[in-house]
Ligand binder design. Sequence first.
Ligand SMILES: [Zn+2]
Length: 391
Amino acid sequence: MPGSPSPTERAIRPVYSVRRLPDEYVVWGISMCANPRNREIFRPRLPANRIFVMASAEIQPTSGSATDFGRFGLTKESLATAERSLLLTIDFEAFEPRLLDLWLAAMQRWAYHSAAGGWTFSIFIALEDVVRLRHERPAGYADFMEQVKTLHESGAKFYPHNHGFFDPITGLQAPYRPQRIQGYGKRASFFYDIVHRQGMDLQGWLFRLLEFYNSFLSEAGIEPPRSLTFRAGGWDHGATSEENRRYISAVSDAGFAYDTSATRGVFGTKSFHVGSPFGSNVFRLTSTLVEVAPCWALNCGAGLFSRSSLGSLRRVRSQPHVWGSRHRKGAFVTVLHFDHLFRPEDGQQDTESITPSTVVARVDRFFDLISWVNRAFRFESITFDELVIRE
Ligand SMILES: [Zn+2]
């Protein structure tokens, strides 16, 4: 209908100014930097079915973005990468044995799209959940491992992830694990559980964890990755300077090439942030360990025009190297949580009403979303195994 806004225009109008032209959308974004020399007007033009969202209301200074590793003086030099890369990382955890059929359907569809579109994912698999699934549903575990292999064949790489000590047979963790502990400035998860709750040696635990990881890889029949990478469960790498130092040396001595867990601030307050902006998120921690911190999070269970996806797109605005120049090299580390695919959407459904076909449709929708994002920002999808660091 002439003159009335399309659903697309209605969806983005509250945030952006849009003009509809015969065969294209033009979306204007004006950066509103305090410094007038940085004031720019962007006028990207794309075909009608590709909507380009450019919101640069405020470019945040990066000086306040130092991670705790930096703040505690535990970082060495900042590093560059050889390419402009998109590292799509997935926290693969909380797979409830009772939801296994949904997970299998999603994994299969995910592998299909990955192979078809050349998308590669770095999957951080929670080893306690692997052990729990094997114990609770041995038959389903075989199906699960088959899909792990399918994902691997589609280009994904599996890396270890963990939220703390678990029983080696049942995979069960401590029964009472509050996330907030008075006096502890991070979410009480990986570091807190091992060091404070269990009183264990962190490096010793990492070696044990690698044994579980290696048996997972061999049971799935997949080769170990070239570049061992760690992500601490709950983004918990310790709260104090001394704890952070201990975390870094344990991860480094356990043989990891990359860590991707850095945060800053106090969990549960406004000061808490995961990662660091694209362009300043890669830095050396030890002679053999490099931090490649997350830059961005996206809800893979949500549609493009959902509140959470639009919120994520708005958050890109504080990272001008993502959208300002499509030539800036670096590692744009994006965080996804696979279990978001199985959550009720906007309070409309409970988990029981989610079927394998709902999940498959959500996976299809996610790959549409990520294709769209990548057309706008022009990255190449790689895993940590293909990442090349320039000294
Ligand atoms: Zn996790």
